[in-house]
Unconditional design. Structure first.
Length: 415
């Protein structure tokens, strides 16, 4: 049994190692890079190709995504691509600025793959090259080095996220919406909590509670309840989808929805602070302009705003074709300053369409806020219309928004 130099045993050991590699086949960008660097051949290459196909998954028809060139897998600063290209001699990625990133053939299989590392904040468009010819699959990539508070930490008390019964609104008649409430572990019924509302809420539930857990435990933000609200589903109004009606419209209607329906419902089970400096609101895209509109209309109730790639553009153009959010830049300059603190994020590759230019609109917002003397911060990167940059810097954003937050006043005797 120990004659490892005999051909039979040598083959047996090799097959056992291959099997173990396949069983461990939960790939990551780092593991893929290591296995490609080993220069696999024969059965080892076949096993790696199988693991790559499984990692990149299948499309709706059940075909491997790598067949036509998979969308990349992005893990912090590392990005992995893979494409099945029978007959091709070479494969690569070409970026929008003309860089060619080679892909390696996996042994003698028709699969090509590679991982590449980029500097924090890199954003670009890309496409596959086969034998020097650009093929159909194209896409965009953003990479960010997530701040550590986005990762769960041992020993940090975890709050509770609860999916609520769908809400049927009266202010937005005939609409229903999914929503969630997060209550931090440090919440006490005799100490009302701060509150932060997130539009398009389901998109935040997978990471915001972890960031809140970490920052609250570290004393870097106050004990804060989070409310995650999806836009209503319903008939829509004026030919616009319900999300746009709720988020893009310049009025106090959504603020009233929060103040008259949602916050009173939350307070049936959780006590919240009512001072406006203890209330924050956040959103992405149309949810970002919605967050600003709520504070703009009701600074007596909400004074902290977080906007990612905010749609300060003319989506809600109305009958006059000029009723949309592009007006805020002028309104801010012409209106006495309101006591609002706002954190804006956008990127140079954001949208440009008939409704406006998002990068320009956010820069105009930042300039108007500066001119009018607002307490604001604007982080401008290279990103696209996505949550990737905002998510990566969420801990920093929350620290800035909640800096100098004060504890709730002690209740007076007899209250």
């Amino acid at each position: 049994m120990l004659k490892l130099t005999t051909p039979g045993l040598s083959i047996l050991v090799t097959l056992t190692l291959v099997h173990r590699a396949g069983a461990a086949g939960q790939l990551s960008t780092r593991v893929l890079a290591e296995r490609l660097a080993a220069g696999p051949t024969g059965e080892n290459a076949a096993v790696l190709a199988r693991d790559i196909r499984a990692w990149f998954g299948k499309d709706r028809s059940g075909q491997d995504n790598v067949r036509d060139g998979a969308n990349p897998r992005v893990e912090r600063l590392e990005t992995a691509w893979a494409i099945e290209a029978p007959g091709a001699k070479t494969a690569a990625i070409v970026t929008s600025d003309g860089k060619v990133l080679p892909l390696a053939r996996v042994g003698e299989t028709p699969l090509f793959a590679a991982t590449h590392r980029f500097p924090d904040g890199t954003a670009f468009r890309w496409s596959y090259l086969l034998d020097g010819t650009q093929v159909r699959r194209r896409g965009q990539v953003e990479v960010y080095d997530d701040q550590p508070e986005l990762t769960e930490r041992p020993g940090v008390p975890k709050g509770k996220l609860t999916h609520q019964t769908p809400w049927e609104s009266k202010i937005f008649p005939r609409t229903r919406r999914e929503w969630w409430i997060y209550v931090p572990a440090q919440y006490r019924a005799d100490q009302p909590a701060c509150v932060m509302v997130f539009q398009d809420g389901s998109g935040y539930t997978s990471f915001v509670p972890t960031v809140f857990d970490n920052l609250i435990a570290a004393g870097e933000m106050p004990v804060t309840v989070a409310i995650f609200l999806n836009p209503g589903t319903g008939p829509g109004e004026g030919g616009r989808g319900q999300r746009s009606v709720e988020y893009d419209t310049l009025s106090d209607r959504y603020a009233r929805f929060l103040l008259e329906e949602i916050l009173p419902e939350v307070e049936k089970t959780v006590k919240l602070r009512h001072d406006p400096d203890s209330r924050a609101i956040a959103g992405i895209s149309s949810g970002g302009i919605c967050a600003w509109t709520v504070a703009w209309e009701r600074p007596d109730e909400f004074r902290k705003v977080l906007s990612w790639v905010g749609s300060f553009t003319n989506i809600a153009s109305g009958k006059t074709r000029r009723e949309g959010g592009h007006n805020y830049e002028a309104l801010i300059r012409k209106t006495p300053r309101k006591p609002i603190r706002v954190f804006l994020q956008d990127g140079a590759n954001d949208l440009d369409n008939a409704n406006g230019n998002w990068p320009l609109a956010n820069q105009q917002m930042a300039k108007a806020l500066q001119f009018a003397g607002y307490d604001y911060r604007f982080v401008y990167g290279s990103g696209f219309h996505s949550n990737r940059h905002g998510r990566a810097i969420l801990p920093e954003s929350l620290r800035w928004l909640w800096r100098d937050s004060k504890p709730a006043a002690e209740p007076k005797s007899g209250q």
